[in-house]
Design a protein around this ligand. Structure first.
Ligand SMILES: *Cc1c(COP(=O)(O)O)cnc(C)c1O
Length: 471
């Protein structure tokens, strides 16, 4: 044992190694030194505990490999890309919408240079950051005014604070939504200083329920789209059109938090969500929605509608607290511009493209992935390591959108004699680029709808590594 301990390589020796020097070009020196210490320390412990008894178990080459691996792991970014093979297009934990190429390019160009963020180059004077998205939103929707903030939760809070502080807003009991995390309509309202007046019941709210609660303190009628659940059965919901009638009769604004902000009809693909245009047509004075749900842009909260109300919001002190940054505006303007050519938007905006992918397309990608995986053989027997099968399934959109819509999907399922589906799922997500999958009926499911073509090769390569590590 003493001999073994004495022959442990010194840190200085290790750092002279060519491979380690190469590593330090990519990874900070301190990180590499720390990894070297950790590795040598763990070998020392192995010797002391009697787990390592032969010099052949601690060759310099394999120690160096161990250090490269450890340093690589500890220098991984915390926020990094993953492969989404769940088929859930708007996966909130995985960052919701992927941006279009044009949106990405615009973010880079604006972040890499000074910009017109709050500068009007025509007049040579200070401008407003809201103008960048306002004119395109007006053009797309016909709204009188628009603005964007950090997210829809912020937009809702700002609207409440600017329009209803110390006054009342009326909401149906069927629409007191929790979106997830700490976003609950009643809480946001309380934080905004607005008195919530709940009317109706969970399953039925009639127009008369709203009307009987209107008084001098009423600042607005609020309608919240139940984005992440549906109440079905014996139900009655008051429509925007009906609320409009009340709003006109008593001269109070109607605010609609519509959640997803769908700009184009997706019913042919089984998605039944309200359209922004219809919300305005049906008489909402203010419409609020997210930038990174079905719109397919960056995280943002978009508000459009009556100019006097939006002016109030722009001037409110909270507007500064929830203001979006230049990268958001860059991505949002570029995303919105895609909608000027709707046909191209279906190709250019990843969310729309993924939702509308034809079955043949998914089938072809499954075949491609299957072929690559079936190539992975056990060297001893020459047999395929994994059992794969192309199957039909129903997927969801996710991200708290369209809870009762089902996307017809084609998926690749995989099982392995040696590795359980649960272990497989873990091994897949713990690589340098995590691969996130679902398990269904004791099989690992790869839903290629949300994977990029280049992801398929990474998946196959990772499965090959897993096979060789688990022989
Ligand atoms: C998603 C959602 C929100 C929250 O939007 P974020 O952009 O995630 O802050 C608020 N209201 C409704 C109805 C939603 O669906």
């Amino acid at each position: 044992m003493q001999n073994l301990l004495r022959s442990l390589p010194k840190i200085d020796e290790i750092l002279m190694d060519g491979k380690i020097a190469g590593l330090m070009e990519r990874i900070p020196r301190d990180t590499v030194v720390e990894a070297a210490r950790l590795c040598v320390e763990s070998i020392r412990e192995g010797i002391l505990k009697g787990k390592i008894t032969e010099a052949s178990e601690m060759k310099l080459d394999s120690i160096i490999d161990m250090i490269v691996e450890t340093a690589g792991r500890s220098s991984l970014k915390s926020l990094r890309p993953v492969i989404n093979a769940t088929g859930v297009v708007l996966h909130t934990n995985l960052g919701r919408a992927n941006l279009s190429e044009k949106a990405l390019a615009q973010v880079i160009s604006v972040a890499n240079n000074y910009s017109t963020l709050e500068y009007d180059p025509e007049k040579g004077e200070r401008g407003s950051r809201h103008v960048h998205v306002e004119s395109i939103i007006k053009k797309l929707t016909g709204a009188e005014a628009a603005m964007a903030v950090n997210n829809n939760a912020a937009a809702t809070m700002l609207a409440m604070a600017a329009i209803g502080r110390n006054k009342e807003m009326i909401v149906s009991r069927g629409e007191l939504v929790e979106i997830g995390g700490s976003f609950r309509v009643p809480d946001i309202m309380a934080e905004s200083g607005v008195h919530l007046v709940e009317v109706g019941t969970t399953n039925k709210t009639k127009l008369s329920d709203y009307e009987s609660h209107i008084n001098e303190e009423t600042a607005a009628l609020l309608k919240v789209h139940t984005s992440n659940y549906r109440i079905i059965g014996f139900t009655e919901e008051t429509s925007l059109k009906e609320l409009r009638v009340l709003g006109d009769k008593y001269d109070i604004p109607v605010i609609y938090d519509m959640g997803s902000g769908l700009m184009t009809d997706l019913t042919p693909w089984g998605i039944r969500e309200p359209l922004v245009k219809n919300a305005l047509r049906d008489g909402a004075d203010l419409v609020l929605f997210s930038g990174d749900k079905l719109l397919g842009g960056p995280q943002a909260g978009i508000v459009l509608g009556r100019k006097d109300l939006i002016d109030k919001m722009k001037k409110h002190p909270l507007a500064r607290v929830v203001r979006a940054d230049k990268m958001t505006f860059a991505a949002l303007e570029a995303t919105l511009l895609e909608y000027l050519d709707l046909e191209k938007a279906y190709q250019n905006i990843p969310v729309l493209k993924m939702i509308t992918r034809p079955e043949e397309d998914l089938q072809a990608e499954c075949l491609r992935l299957k072929a690559a995986i079936d190539e992975i053989r056990d060297p001893a027997t020459g047999e395929p390591v994994y059992l794969t099968k192309i199957e039909k399934e129903e997927g969801v959109v996710g991200g708290g959108s369209a809870p009762d819509s089902r996307l017809k999907s084609v998926v690749l399922t995989l099982t392995s004699e040696r590795i359980s589906p649960d272990s497989m799922e873990e091994l897949l997500r713990r690589g340098e680029r995590p691969i996130v999958v679902r398990i269904h009926n004791d099989k690992v499911v790869f839903d290629v709808r949300t994977a990029k073509v280049e992801d398929l090769d990474i998946i196959a390569k990772r499965l090959e590594e897993i096979a060789s590590e688990n022989r």
